[in-house]
Design a protein. Structure first.
Length: 308
């Protein structure tokens, strides 16, 4: 059985482990070229190197080496777009000893050479390897079930209110301000919806490109129905096709920022270390057993399509 921080559920132990990881992350961010010495670092926390590495991966989902490499390359990508520094200077600044090794790693990570990346300025998922903030670490350790359920789901019809939101994958704008009014509109309109499946709600994020790199996504706050019949003209119909998904149980309310932290973990750490790839289709939050949705008393999951 793999090591699980939650087996040591005492708050003092959990907080101690979070602090260990956060202190290390802060050191890396202060000097991204910092060469982490696992032996001396683990000794400073009275842990064996093996236990320290296991602790980091159990919390984050990536090894320390994978995390450090991802952060170095993500920072380098920003420097390529935002500065006029030479590629060699950027490589050295983020901890690579040669132009060749940097170019090889960068292309492997982003599918662009540094030179082409600078010229084309492609949209890059900002949570390719997100910074482990205090908030994200707390969410990973206490707010999300790190082992998702993998299931096949049948087609599902959704009826709801549609709007556009900034893509959380290329922007850090808060989404709540954009979607709150549409949820209130849904609560008003859902009384008119026939064939509704009770106490269940969906929050869908739909990417036209399929890879979430556009500036805006389509967002639907909706309810599932067994049959589309005489829906209010203000509402849209969306079909979730038959799909294989990973379902992550999370602790949340109607809070898009919690959804963002969940997506950061899934895309930044879970997918790269799982045997799955992201499938085609929409991500969504699923709210179930919501007798009174406005009171926040319901079960919440974050669902992504996957493929082998």
């Amino acid at each position: 059985m793999p090591y699980d921080l939650r087996e040591e559920r005492g708050n003092a132990i959990v907080n101690k482990h979070i602090k260990i990881i956060q202190d290390l992350v802060n050191q890396i961010e202060e000097n991204v070229s910092y060469d982490v010495n696992i032996k001396s670092l683990s000794q400073s926390y009275s842990l064996s190197p093996w236990h320290f590495q296991r602790l980091f991966k159990s919390i984050v989902g990536s090894s320390l080496g994978q995390y450090t490499r991802g952060r170095r390359l993500s920072i380098a990508a920003n420097m390529l777009v935002e500065t006029d520094s030479s590629i060699l200077d950027i490589a050295v600044n983020v901890g690579f000893s040669t132009h060749e090794s940097f170019t090889r790693s960068f292309k492997d990570y982003f599918n662009y050479s540094p030179k082409d990346f600078r010229i084309e300025k492609p949209k890059v998922l900002i949570n390719k390897k997100p910074l482990l903030t205090d908030e994200l670490l707390e969410h990973i350790t206490t707010g999300i079930n790190l082992e998702p359920k993998i299931v096949e789901l049948p087609e599902q019809l959704i009826v709801g209110m549609e709007t556009k939101i900034p893509s959380p994958f290329v922007s850090r704008n808060k989404i709540c301000d954009y979607v709150a009014t549409f949820w209130y509109s849904l609560f008003e309109q859902e009384r008119k919806v026939k064939n509704k499946i009770a106490h269940t709600y969906y929050a869908l994020s739909i990417s036209k490109s399929g890879d979430f790199t556009e500036e805006e996504l389509t967002y639907i706050a909706g309810v599932p129905v067994s049959l589309v019949e005489n829906i209010p003209k203000e509402m849209k119909v969306y079909t979730l096709p038959k799909r294989k998904v990973a379902i992550f149980d999370i602790k949340t309310n109607i809070d898009a920022e919690t959804a963002q932290k969940t997506a950061d973990y899934i895309y930044g750490y879970w997918i790269p270390n799982s045997k799955y790839k992201r499938g085609i289709g929409a991500d969504y939050e699923l709210f179930q057993n919501a007798v009174d949705f406005t009171k926040g008393d319901f079960d919440t999951s974050y669902v992504i399509p996957i493929s082998n």
